[in-house]
Design a protein around this ligand. Structure first.
Ligand code: UDX
Ligand code: ADP
Length: 471
């Protein structure tokens, strides 16, 4: 039997991974019909909205959806029909960290993957290639195969592949169009290799062949966790150095620049910050910690756990520095927090450092103004409620104001805290901001984006991550 030639793809899960990934597959493969299905009606309605008000903000995404929607890209809540018609199914559902039960706080909650897999087993009437795209613990593919094999009908074969997605939010479309690599894991059996070739031939429509890597299933699953763990470790390393810089008078940007010149280290991903966020880094490391412990490797678990602990320390250190600098109390003081998303160019707030900072400021009884160019207001309220379950929402809404612009947020504030590196914060009219703030006016740059010397000339007291206070 030769590899199946895929003409119909179904993607289960229309989120940050499934949506952009399959939109780009549709763009690059006009001969393939791609249907993205999701149980969430309002999410699908947004993907189908006539004015392209898509449910996620991602630069370049709207353009791709405009070119493909209705041509060979479709969004639907009819999960069963999508499964039934497809030759190949991407499983791109969410895999959050478990909140209760065994492995709570560390292990991935595989309930969504399992429900989607069972749905495939129930509905499929013909053979399918099932591709796990969501980041999952090692050996999830094995569990999926067991469920599918136990429930399949005669003449119905399922081949499972692992094809983790490496896109970063904010640059997803570019990452998908020009990936560093595409990774496909399969069983090393003739059928597994055929399925792998079927998927590889889809990517070959736009990805150079030497960037499509094929490996065993478990290596593929572990590589995704490993890549995210190593990236996060790099940020925690640079953030640990930023604390030394603040204590010694060195400048973390200069240090990062100098070490980045070493071709073995390289210049990317060395920006000190108020702490990494996003749906992946913390979750995947905790997953790796859980895996290490399950394998009876406590030293390995402790090693990776420290990456997350350093990140928590960095966030705590920053909010403490704000309080200390404001004469050790921020009670009743107005603080403008610029940025709420976990990084620039996304509206995603999962694990955003801003949430932790604002929670800390709330506990110190400050008044907080928030401005973010993309995050919906309901999302901000939901995140703050989750972060401080002991504070009633009405009380939070008295303490916190969501503003329509950076300038408005800074009005009458005693301090400005930059939590996300949105480009528009580099171009703020700081003279005007200064004129409308209480004095002394403080700026805390958690992303190293402002020109501290220029701001000091205006009159601001400026504190920057990884730099000692200016005397
Ligand atoms: C990450 C991985 O990069 C991606 O390959 C994987 O598929 C998903 O997880 P993402 O979380 O979307 O992507 O964004 P990323 O650009 O990696 O940033 C993660 C966090 O690290 C952000 O909070 C960002 O602000 C922070 N960061 C990143 C730094 O603090 N410093 C840096 O130098 C880079
Ligand atoms: P990610 O960042 O991994 O893409 P998201 O939470 O943005 O995660 O998206 C996952 C999507 O998967 C959600 O929109 C959710 O409604 C959808 N989903 C979860 N389980 C199922 C399922 N069994 N069938 C269809 N869609 C599902």
């Amino acid at each position: 039997m030769s590899p199946v030639k895929v003409t119909k793809i179904c993607c289960i899960g229309a989120g940050y991974v499934g949506g952009p990934t399959c939109a780009v597959v549709a763009l690059k493969c006009p001969h393939i019909t791609v249907t993205i299905v999701d149980l969430n009606q309002s999410r699908i309605d947004a993907w189908n909205s006539p004015d392209f008000k898509l449910p996620i903000y991602e630069p370049g995404l709207e353009d791709v959806v405009r070119q493909t929607r209705g041509r060979n890209l479709f969004f639907s809540t009819d999960v069963d029909k999508g499964i039934e018609e497809a030759d190949l199914i991407f499983v791109s559902v969410n895999t959050p960290t478990k909140k209760s039960g065994i492995g709570a706080g560390f292990a991935a909650d595989l309930n969504y993957v399992e429900l989607a897999t069972r749905r495939i087993a129930d509905v499929a009437k013909s053979s399918k290639i099932v591709v796990e795209k969501s980041t999952v613990p090692c050996r999830t593919a094995d569990a999926m195969r067991t469920i599918l094999d136990a429930n399949s009908k005669p003449n119905c074969r399922f081949d499972i592949l692992s094809n983790p997605e490496f896109l970063a939010e904010g640059t997803a479309i570019n990452d998908l169009l020009k990936p560093d690599r595409v990774l496909i894991g399969s069983l090393q059996t003739p059928q597994g290799i055929d399925a792998c070739n079927s998927l590889a031939s889809i990517y070959a429509n736009w990805v150079p062949k030497d960037r499509i890597l094929t490996v065993g299933l478990w290596s593929s699953e572990l590589s995704k966790l490993a890549a995210n763990a190593m990236l996060a470790q790099r940020i925690s390393s640079v953030n640990a150095l930023s604390a030394i810089c603040e204590a010694t008078g060195a400048n973390i940007d200069e240090v990062a620049h100098a070490i980045g010149f070493d071709s073995r280290i390289g210049p990317k991903f060395l920006k000190a910050s108020v702490g990494f966020g996003g749906s992946c880094f913390q979750k995947d490391i905790l997953n790796l910690v859980y895996l290490s412990e399950s394998c009876h490797l406590p030293e390995v678990a402790a090693y990776w756990r420290q990456v997350v602990e350093m990140n928590d320390y960095q966030k705590r250190r920053f909010s403490t520095r704000v309080v200390d600098t404001l004469f050790k109390t921020i009670t009743g003081k107005r603080i403008a927090v610029l940025g709420f998303a976990f990084k620039a160019d996304t509206g995603d707030t999962r694990e955003s450092a801003a949430i932790t900072l604002i929670r800390d400021f709330q506990q110190e009884k400050a008044l907080i103004n928030i401005y973010d160019p993309q995050v919906p207001h309901e999302q901000i309220w939901a995140d703050l409620a989750e972060a401080s379950p002991d504070i009633p929402l009405a009380a939070t809404q008295k303490q916190v104001t969501i503003c329509a612009s950076a300038i408005e947020a800074c009005k009458n504030a005693e301090a400005v805290v930059i939590a996300t590196e949105w480009k528009e914060f580099c171009d703020i009219d700081w003279e005007s901001v200064y004129a409308h703030m209480k004095k002394p006016a403080f700026i805390f740059d958690g992303r190293i984006i402002v020109d501290a010397d220029r701001l000091r000339k205006i009159g601001f007291k400026v504190t920057v991550i990884g730099r000692a206070e200016a005397l």
